[in-house]
Design a protein around this ligand. Structure first.
Ligand code: NI
Length: 157
């Protein structure tokens, strides 16, 4: 396993659309493990492959209570709404209030190449939406309701 470099906002790769992968091979499995290690080391709850410089539709999420791998994910359903604080490993020191769906249902490939459905709500639903936006070249602040001021950020430290 390896710790990968996290691409920071300003690098144009973050604005590109990631591509579907054709098969879950050894390279993808290694990428998943490296991404998890990188995310944990950085103290994040989610990471998309583009954030380590790979334009592939691969995501890892670990919200502490639940861990998830998404490969070629598709959004099937979204409902409800939640407003909460959001940040991104690629956007250090930037936090904003976003509005996200409260519940989502996604379709994803598993490591074994099986197509499965996954329902999520609350914080996990937010994380899934955030990471899936990365696959389209979007960043959380693009549609944030508002960004925190430096004074407000001090309160969260
Ligand atoms: Ni992010």
């Amino acid at each position: 396993m390896a710790i990968l470099n996290i691409v920071k906002d300003g690098d144009e790769i973050l604005r590109k659309r990631s591509r579907e992968i054709s098969a879950v091979d050894e390279k993808i499995l290694t990428l998943l493990e490296d991404m998890k290690e990188t995310m944990h080391k950085a103290g994040g709850v989610g990471l998309a492959a583009v954030q380590v410089g790979k334009l592939k539709r691969v995501i890892v999420i670990d919200i502490g209570t639940e861990e998830l791998e998404l490969i070629n994910p598709k959004m099937l359903k979204m409902s409800g709404s939640q407003e909460s604080l959001e940040g991104c490993l690629s956007c250090p020191d930037r936090w904003g209030i976003t509005r996200r769906p409260l519940r989502v249902e996604v379709e994803t490939l598993t490591r074994e190449g099986k197509t499965v459905r996954k329902k999520a709500e609350g914080f996990l639903a937010k994380a899934i939406c955030h990471e899936m936006d990365h696959l389209e070249g979007k960043l959380f602040y693009d549609e944030a309701l508002r960004m925190l001021t430096p004074e407000e950020m001090k309160e969260y430290e």
